[in-house]
Design a protein around this ligand. Structure first.
Ligand SMILES: [Zn+2]
Ligand SMILES: [Zn+2]
Length: 364
């Protein structure tokens, strides 16, 4: 076949496919939007819709950590603190917060929260059904039948938490483990899938996730406040010419053309990102800590699973953070202090048999 070189005169407009000939423009737009909707629905179902968020937040962290350390150490600390010792100790504190934040972030991403497929599974009864369950449990049983092909919410056992079968992974999974459509595997004690870190939060990495949100809260709130004060006192007075200079693309444009310094550009971008980190951190840290203290997971709360824990608050916290749990606030340390549970057996936890009656206001 003879190859034709590109010629301007050979250029043709795209042809209308034969099927679409004779259709009106509104009809074509309608069909195209329908195709787009189906495409997006499929992406949501197979979990690939979460991918862009994962890479966006990873890029954001890789930008934020070095740039924030740079402006804090070289501009913000020298501006706010005159005393040499105060500068030194504040610098140490900033390194401590930054390194802890990054270390916990890496741990959340790198620890595998899934239930290993290759592990020898005990033979357990998974196909029992519960005779005459209270109404409240009917949706749970139906959902289980639809998802797993069998009803496993058998309350006749002592603790009421039984193994299930995952149709997608084709393995038996322990109580509180659930399949994640984004990770495409079963997650031990699944809490939720975090699109920002791009991993599921479960038994193996929840402690790091909570610490990450703790550091994000402190770094975001403290950093946001100091950045705002610096911009107000220095940038606004000396360099900015109008309010538009506080818009990140304008600041980047001015930096490229030499109108302002690189650190000012970083600070203008940070003043938007840091409060966002602070608010996200605060929201997740408070909700996660209250769930951990109650001994529940976000999955169970959002799906209205009536799980109740008879363990003490201290025991519930140790289940997630291990012994000497307060030390987690200083460094991530699975190797030294292991968690109390194994992610498979749940002592002191059961389904609430009276959940149905409590809903109706009866005291049982
Ligand atoms: Zn699965
Ligand atoms: Zn997941």
């Amino acid at each position: 076949m003879q190859r034709k070189g590109f010629s301007f005169f050979n250029f043709k407009l795209p042809q209308v496919p034969p099927d679409d000939r004779g259709k009106s423009l509104t009809q074509l737009i309608k069909e195209e939007s329908q195709r787009w909707k189906e495409h997006m629905k499929k992406k949501k179902e197979d979990g690939s819709s979460a991918l862009p968020a994962k890479y966006f937040y990873r890029g954001l962290m890789l930008f934020q950590f070095p740039s924030q350390m740079y402006v804090v150490l070289y501009y913000i600390i020298p501006y706010f603190f005159v005393d040499e010792w105060t500068r030194y100790y504040f610098g140490v504190l900033c390194w401590f917060l930054g390194i802890n934040g990054i270390a916990n972030w890496l741990c959340v991403m790198l620890y595998d929260p899934s239930f290993p497929v290759s592990r020898d599974k005990p033979s357990i009864p998974v196909q029992k059904t519960w005779d005459n369950p209270p109404d409240r449990f009917n949706p749970l049983i139906q959902e289980s039948v639809q998802q797993n092909g069998c009803a496993v919410y058998d309350m006749s056992g002592k603790d009421g938490l039984l193994w299930q079968y995952c149709n997608k992974c084709q393995i038996h999974i322990p109580p509180r483990a659930h399949h994640c459509k984004f990770c495409k595997r079963c997650i031990l004690k699944r809490d939720h899938h975090c699109v920002k870190v791009g991993n599921c939060i479960g038994f193996n990495n929840q402690r790091y996730f909570i610490m990450l949100t703790f550091y994000a809260m402190i770094v975001g709130c403290l950093g946001g406040f100091l950045t705002f004060m610096y911009l107000k006192d220095v940038y606004w007075v000396k360099e900015a010419k109008s309010w538009t200079d506080l818009i990140p693309p304008v600041a980047i444009f001015r930096t490229i053309f030499g109108n302002t310094n690189l650190h000012n550009c970083f600070l203008v971008i940070h003043v938007y990102i840091e409060p966002l980190f602070g608010l996200f951190g605060m929201f997740y840290f408070t909700t996660q800590m209250s769930l951990v203290m109650e001994g529940k997971t976000m999955y169970e709360v959002t799906k209205k699973r009536p799980v109740i824990s008879s363990n003490t608050i201290n025991r519930n916290i140790k289940s997630v953070f291990g012994d000497f749990w307060a030390l987690n606030f200083f460094f991530p340390m699975t190797i030294i202090f292991k968690q109390r549970d194994d992610g498979i057996h749940w002592k002191g936890l059961k389904y609430d048999h009276n959940a149905n009656k409590k809903l109706e206001g009866d005291i049982v």
